[in-house]
Design a protein around this ligand. Structure first.
Ligand code: GLU
Length: 279
C-alpha cells in the first residue's frame, strides 16, 4: 500500500516534469525566437528537384533550400536548427498567416493578389512559365493550347495564367504538386505540364526521366521568386532582404545557382535587384 502511494506520487512528479519539458521545448521551438538554441521553421517544396527536394535519405536539397539556409544563417540559425516544413503551392499564404513557418522559400512568385495576404522579401530569382512535353511531342511555340490537356498545380500562378491568358479553353488538370503532373505526363494522361522553367528543367534532368521530356522554351510569364513572410513582419522582412543582398554580393548566390541548376542545364536569369520586380 505504502509502496503504491509512493509510486503514484512519483508518477505525478514525473508527469509534471514531462509537462514542464514539453512546455520548455515548445518555447524553444518558437519560430519567432532569434537564434540561440532554438529552431526556426522554414517552408519549402519537398518534390521539386533542383529547388526544394526531400531526398530519400531524409536530407533536403535545391536552390530554395540553399537560399533559405543562407537566410536562416543571417537570422542567427545554424543549418541543424532549421526545421523544414512542406508548403505546397496552395498552402503558402495560410502557412504564413497561421505562423506555421517563419518564412517560405518555395518557388513563390511575388504578385499583387498574394501581397494582400503576405509580405515578400526579394526577388531572388526570375523564372518564366514554360511547358514540359514528351520528347516526340509536336507542341511548340505557336501551338494553340486551347483544347490541350495541361497539368499544373492548385494555387499556382501557372494554373492561374493558363485560365486567364495562356489558354482559357485548355483542359486543365490541377494537382497539389508538380511531381503528380510529371507522372501524368509520363503516362500520357496529359499533353504537357506547365509551370516555371526552373522547376521543369529540374524534373527533366532526373535520371529516371532522362531523354523522355523537353522544355518548349516559351517564356510565357515572368515569375519573380520572393521569400514570403507573415504580413506586417517588417523586422524579418528587412533582415531577409539584407541577407539576400549579401548572398548575391559575396558569391553565395552564384554558387547555389551553379550547384543546383548546373546539373539540370537550366540557363537562369542574372540575379535580380532587391525590390525590382520584372513585370
Ligand atoms: N512560381 C509559381 C507560383 O508561385 C509556380 C510554382 C509554384 O507553384 O510554386 O505559383
Amino acid at each position: 500500500m505504502q509502496l503504491r502511494k509512493v509510486t503514484a506520487a512519483s508518477a505525478a512528479v514525473l508527469a509534471l516534469a514531462v509537462a514542464a519539458t514539453a512546455c520548455g521545448s515548445s518555447d524553444k521551438n518558437d519560430s519567432g525566437s532569434s537564434g540561440g538554441g532554438g529552431k526556426i521553421k522554414v517552408g519549402i517544396k519537398f518534390d521539386q528537384p533542383g529547388l526544394g527536394l526531400k531526398e530519400p535519405s531524409g536530407s533536403f536539397s535545391g536552390f530554395d533550400v540553399d537560399v533559405a539556409t543562407y537566410v536562416a544563417g543571417k537570422l542567427g540559425y545554424k543549418p541543424d536548427q532549421i526545421e523544414w516544413v512542406e508548403t505546397k503551392s496552395a498552402d503558402r499564404e495560410n502557412a504564413l498567416s497561421r505562423g506555421d513557418v517563419k518564412f517560405i522559400a518555395a518557388t513563390y512568385s511575388i504578385n499583387d493578389e498574394r501581397k494582400q495576404k503576405v509580405d515578400f522579401a526579394g526577388p531572388y530569382l526570375l523564372a518564366h512559365q514554360d511547358l514540359l512535353v514528351k520528347k516526340d511531342s509536336d507542341v511548340s511555340k505557336g501551338t494553340d493550347l486551347n483544347g490541350k490537356k495541361l497539368c499544373s498545380v492548385t494555387g499556382s500562378t501557372s494554373a492561374q495564367n493558363v485560365q486567364k491568358t495562356i489558354a482559357p479553353k485548355a483542359n486543365l488538370k490541377e494537382y497539389s504538386g508538380y511531381s503528380e503532373c510529371i507522372a501524368a505526363l509520363q503516362s500520357g494522361a496529359v499533353d504537357a505540364v506547365t509551370t516555371d522553367d526552373s522547376i521543369l528543367a529540374g524534373f527533366a534532368s532526373q535520371d529516371k526521366y532522362k531523354d523522355q521530356f523537353k522544355l518548349a522554351g516559351l517564356k510565357l510569364s515572368n515569375e519573380n521568386y520572393g521569400v514570403g513572410v507573415k504580413k506586417g513582419d517588417s523586422a524579418t522582412l528587412k533582415k531577409i532582404n539584407d541577407a539576400l543582398t549579401t548572398m548575391v554580393s559575396d558569391g553565395s548566390w552564384q554558387k547555389a545557382v551553379d550547384k543546383n541548376f548546373g546539373p539540370a542545364n537550366y540557363k537562369n536569369e542574372p540575379a535580380p535587384k532587391i525590390g525590382q520586380i520584372v513585370k
